[in-house]
Every structure is written in C-alpha cells, then in structure tokens.
Write a protein that binds this ligand. Structure first.
Ligand SMILES: NC(=O)c1ccc[n+]([C@@H]2O[C@H](COP(=O)([O-])OP(=O)(O)OC[C@H]3O[C@@H](n4cnc5c(N)ncnc54)[C@H](O)[C@@H]3O)[C@@H](O)[C@H]2O)c1
Length: 463
C-alpha cells in the first residue's frame, strides 16, 4: 500500500487530467489546477473534458471519494509534490515554447509561501529545462542557490489508451540531481510495478525526445518504403508485415498512412531538430522525417486530383478527423491538413468522426459534419479514410456506392479490404498501392445540381 501524499498537478489537459485522476485512484490526495475556468468547472462537476476510455468513471469515483479537487487557484503551499503538465507547443521556428511552463513556475514560486514541495516536470520540454526551472525558482525567491528539488519525469502515455498506460507503464524515467527526490517520486509509483530508470535531468529529457523521434522515424520510413513499393509494384502490406516479424524491427508503427500527427510527435520532432541545430548538430534524418510526413498529406491530394481531375466544387468526405482512433484529439491531425489543402483546391469538405466532431467543427465551421459515415458520403465525389476507426472497415460498401456521386475511395490508412472495395464497383487508391478501378469513375453520369436532389445527408451541428 502506498503512503498517501498530497500532489498539486498543474494543467488538466490530456496528461494532467489522466495523471490527476489516476494518481487519486492510487490513493493520493490530488489538487488539479488549470487556468481554464470553464474546463475546471466541467471537471469539478464530474464531466471529462476529453474522450479517453475509462477516464470519466475514474474521475467521478475519485471526486466522490474526496481524493480529487479541481481549482483555478494555485493551491501548492501544502503539497508534497507539484507536477507540471502544461502544454509546450511549437514556436514558429519549431522550438518548444516554454511560455506556459514559465508562467506556471512563476505562480508556483508566488504561492508556495516558504514551503518546498518537490517539483516534478511531466511537460515535454527541451533538454536543460530542469536546470532552467531550478534557476527561475531560485531567482524568484531571491536566493543564490537552488531551493527546490526538481525531477524530470517525462510522460509516455498514448492517447486512446492513456488510463491503461498509466497503470501499466513500459518504464518510468526519473531525472534529478537529487537522488532522494527522485526516489521519493518513484515511491509514488510503487504500486505500478514498473521498471524505473534513474538518471540525470538532461538525460531524462532527452529520452523523451529520442523516443518520439524514433517512433516518427519509423512512420516516415514505412511511408517512404510505401512510395517505392508503388513505383516498383511491390506489395507494401506484405513488406511491412514480413519486416515486422523480425523482433529487431517489430511490427508497431509500420503502418503506411497519412503520416504522424497529434500533439506530440510533430512538435517533439521539430523541437529536437531545432535543439540539434542550435547545438551544432546537423539533424538531416529528423528534417527528412518531417518532410516525408508533410509529403504524405500532399500525396493524397495529388492522387485525388489524378482520379477526379480538378477538385474545384468536388465534394470530398473525410471519414475520421481525430489524429488516430480512440481519441477526440485533432491537434496536427492529418485530416486537419487535408481539409485545409482540399478547401484551397476549391473542394467542398464533408466529414464524420465518431468522437472528434466538436473540435473539428470549431476549427472548420465551413466543413459540414454528419451524424454517420453514410450521411457524410451521400453525394460525395470521394471518400477519404483519414483515421482508421474500426467501424470504417465494417461499412456497407454497396450502400456507400449507391449514395455517392462518384465511386472513389481514398483509403489513406490502408484500412479497408482493397479487393472488396474494387468488387463493390469503386475506384480505389491506398498508400503505396496506386489507383485501381478508374473505369468505375468514368461510367458515372455527370453531377446533378446539388440543389436538385433532396440530400439524405442532413448536416448536423456537431454535438
Ligand atoms: N497528449 C499526450 O499524449 C502527451 C503525451 C506525453 C507527453 N505530453 C506532454 O505533456 C504536456 C501537456 O500535454 P497535453 O496534451 O496534456 O496538453 P493540453 O494542451 O491538453 O493541456 C495543457 C493544459 O495546461 C493548461 N495550462 C496552460 N498554462 C497553464 C498555467 N500556467 N497554469 C495552469 N494550467 C495551464 C491549459 O489550460 C491546458 O488545460 C506537453 O508538454 C506534451 O508535450 C503529452
């Protein structure tokens, strides 16, 4: 059994909220703090602000048990530990923007009132940030040396399985100049039975960036191989499968698609690239990884144009807008790039996603969102699988074929059975597979006036 500690967690986004709820579940006394008053009010009422399997039940249970509290006040004075989980977005140059981290540290300094909780940084921040935090806190308190112990504790949870990942971590990395502080943080995790790596702060910070950069590299690698497969006529599905059977390679992150997205991989690779460049390295591999990623989105547009000609006034339906299945997060999602590129080509974009309608609709009010995949596909000139939600592989292809204006499927996640799609009378392209069945498009009559038919696809305000 853990000894219960008092934790203040700053930031209640994907990391901070999951963390606050799960740490409460472990028996700790949690105060979760955010500058966003609306978010705090909703969380305090027991309603999760993000979609994450299992999270809302745990949130309610721990609120009811009195182990979890949400506030906009910097209630840190009585804490044993203060965890930082604020966002670290990209600057225009690609560096990690530490504005929110600096702001939070300033407020911690103002509100500890002489107490010295251990500061644990979970925000992904450039190598050297722990030392910066130490300096900022010491400067603020007007002391020469450091007063607070700082522990870098990078977060590795995956959206879509964040609660599970919290309770079954692959590893816990703790970087500190103070061994006792690192061991005190490790004790919080004692019930999790995870491998703990103790190291210095810079190494801990680098482990996070290197891990994400490696995953991103794997994705760009397989996407580049997919392009070559398409050129030479090899089967990318079989290539990836057989490669993955080699345990040195592994099968995860070998799915060709639209490239990586989300709130972490793109910004972390950019930040590491920037960090490398300003420290005298020449990060050619990382630059290529980013370039290949951007090209994957453009490739999808080119393929659509190859099949349809001009995209002007074409209705293109995006199936899936979340950056991956299992989450409602659309930050840097491929669908966001696709929507922008398509609208720039004059296309009319329709979309459906099981969970991410609300943020997408807020970002693109001009995109019509629909209540299901069939409604979204009605009268469309192409269906683009942009997120591989499992429900899309079970779609009734004959029904879709009847509903669409032009029978074209752009399976940008290689999620569907290509033979079945072609057999249902569609033209189809995937990633690394080229276009097949183009004849199906030519057989179709010219577009009827959009106003002339009653559309079964009632636009729904995303709820
Ligand atoms: N999302 C992930 O899957 C994931 C995984 C591992 C690591 N990380 C890292 O964790 C950090 C947080 O990521 P996230 O996805 O949870 O971000 P997020 O944007 O979802 O949440 C950040 C929260 O911090 C709040 N905030 C900002 N400034 C604040 C301040 N000064 N005081 C209090 N609250 C403040 C925001 O209002 C927001 O609610 C980032 O550095 C990210 O790179 C994220």
């Amino acid at each position: 059994m853990t000894t219960s500690k008092r934790l203040s967690i700053i930031g209640t986004g994907y990391v901070g909220l999951v963390y606050a709820v799960c740490m409460a579940e472990l028996g700790h006394d949690i105060v979760a703090i955010d500058v966003d008053a609306a978010k705090i009010a909703r969380l305090a009422a027991g309603s999760s602000t993000i979609y994450e399997p299992g999270l809302e039940d745990l949130l309610r249970r721990n609120l009811d048990a009195g182990r979890l509290r949400f506030t906009t006040e910097y209630d840190v004075a009585g804490a044993d530990f203060v965890f930082l989980a604020v966002s670290t977005p990209s600057t225009l140059e690609g560096a990690a923007d530490l504005r929110h981290v600096r702001d939070a540290v300033q407020k911690i300094g103002e509100n500890t009132h002489g107490a010295h909780p251990i500061i644990v940084n979970k925000s992904t921040a450039p190598v050297g940030t722990s030392d910066t935090l130490d300096y900022l806190l010491a400067r603020q308190n007007g002391v020469g040396g450091h007063e607070f112990e700082i522990v870098a504790n990078p977060e590795f949870l995956r959206e879509g399985s964040a609660v599970r990942d919290f309770f079954h971590p692959d590893r816990i990395v703790l970087g500190s100049h103070d061994e006792a502080a690192a061991r005190a943080v490790a004790a919080l995790y004692a019930p999790l039975d995870a491998q703990v790596v103790f190291t210095d702060p810079k190494t801990a910070e680098m482990i996070k960036y290197a891990s994400n950069a490696f995953l991103a590299t794997k994705i760009s690698f397989i996407n580049e191989i997919a392009s070559i497969c398409e050129g030479v006529g090899a089967d990318i599905g079989d290539v990836a499968h057989a490669m993955g059977l080699d345990p040195r390679i592994g099968s995860r992150f070998l799915n060709p698609g639209l490239g990586f997205g989300g709130s972490c991989l793109p910004k972390d690779v950019r930040a590491l690239t920037y960090l490398g460049a300003v420290h005298g390295a020449h990060p050619q591999l990382l630059n290529a990884v980013l370039q290949i990623n951007a090209d994957q989105r453009r490739r999808a547009i080119r393929m659509l144009r190859d099949a349809l000609g001009s995209l002007e006034s074409r209705v293109i339906t995006l199936l899936g807008v979340a950056f991956k299945p299992g989450t409602d997060d659309i930050r840097e999602a491929p669908a966001v790039d696709l929507a922008r590129l398509l609208m720039n080509e004059g296309a009319i974009v329709h979309a459906y996603d099981p969970f991410a309608m609300e943020p997408f609709s807020a970002l693109f009010p001009q995109v019509e969102m629909f209540e299901d995949a069939y409604a979204a596909a009605s009268q469309a000139d192409a269906l683009v699988i942009a997120t591989e939600w499992p429900e899309f592989s079970a779609l009734d292809l004959d029904r879709l074929h009847r509903l669409m204006q032009t029978p074209l499927v752009a399976d940008c996640r290689n999620a569907l059975d290509r033979e079945q799609v072609l057999a249902a009378g569609f033209a189809c392209f995937g990633v690394g597979t080229g276009i097949a069945g183009l004849g199906a498009i030519k057989q179709r009559p010219a577009r009827r006036s959009r106003a002339a038919h009653a559309s079964p696809a009632t636009g729904v305000a995303a709820s």
